[in-house]
Design a protein around this ligand. Sequence first.
Ligand code: PLP
Length: 393
Amino acid sequence: MIPNTNYGNLKDSYLFYNIAQKTKAYIEKNPGKRLLRLGIGDVSQPLCPAVVEALKKGVEEQAKIETFHGYMPECGAPFLREAIAAHYEKRCIELDADEVFVSSGASDELGDILDLFGHGKTVLIPEPAYPAYVDANIMAGNTIVHLPSGRDNGFLPEPPENGGIDVIYICSPNNPTGAVFNREKLKKWVDYANKTQAVILFDAAYEAFIEEEDIPHSIYEIEGAKTCAIEICSLSKTAGFTGTRCGYTVVPKALMRGSMNLNSMWVRNRTTKTNGISYILQRGAAAVFTDEGQKQIHETLSIYKKNAKTLMSALNEAGLWFTGGKNAPYIWAQCPDNMDSWTFFDKLLNEIQVVATPGEGFGECGKKYIRFTTFGNPADTEEASRRIKELLK
Ligand code: PLP
């Protein structure tokens, strides 16, 4: 038996491993020194009270015979699918509840959704990019077309001239660059996909961080998107669900390729490959979409936004060029003095005990950049900002 040989084409995932090794070695050599971690994309603030209450209530319901739930519907509980559809309606996007699929998170979906396309497809990945896009497609045996972006286009690349692309990943607000597509720029991608019959996988994991009015939170704010795009979203960063796990995916009924309807295909996929998400978690997730839940999650997000302001002002004073921070929890800064990203990483670690993420880990075109996250605790972010200013002045 020969297993999936595509796994042999995966590059060692050395980015986070290397960061962990380097920080471990530093701590061993410098016992007692505390690191200020602005590297990892995990959140630091807990679930909001409305979610916690709903989770507890869900547990209590599962403890009584009268309110106990066994298997949940594979595509999601109607109450949650409806709550999410109603949330979209606030942005004037009309969705039927059965166009919304409840998931255990965006990572799972970004890989699983490739089932819809079969193997051997051509997939366009604008870079720098979230590393899972590349690896999931290598495992699936797809051909990857890397579309590099840079400072010249604000890390917001335009569609290519040619067709021949089956699937396109777009992440806005972007991880790692924090860049966001405005309506005009996103419309170009929607028009391209409709014209060439490609399908866009729109990763909206960071939509809740958008502050500016004219930046779309959802690709369905763009005319024509329902015939070319699947949207994948997550409560991980929006509502602190990284360790709790819940997300959602929108597959519009209007999305057809050939004679096949992708919504029906995804229903068939989910009903075959999952037994749904736990009732308790779905109750917790539904609380995010209540007025109280929305108010509370935005209070938490404002902590991260304050971190972003602190860091941005330090980078401005230090004279570093950067994108992100405004509508996104990531800040993507150009390394000083033409340094490469690992050299700057080492400098930050060894001289001021700040841990960031080297841009090279997100693709070749990230080599001269570094990513800071704003998910850390505020006191550490303030101290790190002060040290960065001091180091680079
Ligand atoms: N998409 C992007 C761009 C991300 O940065 C992340 C997590 O960092 C995810 C998806 C995964 O989110 P989840 O926790 O829902 O799996």
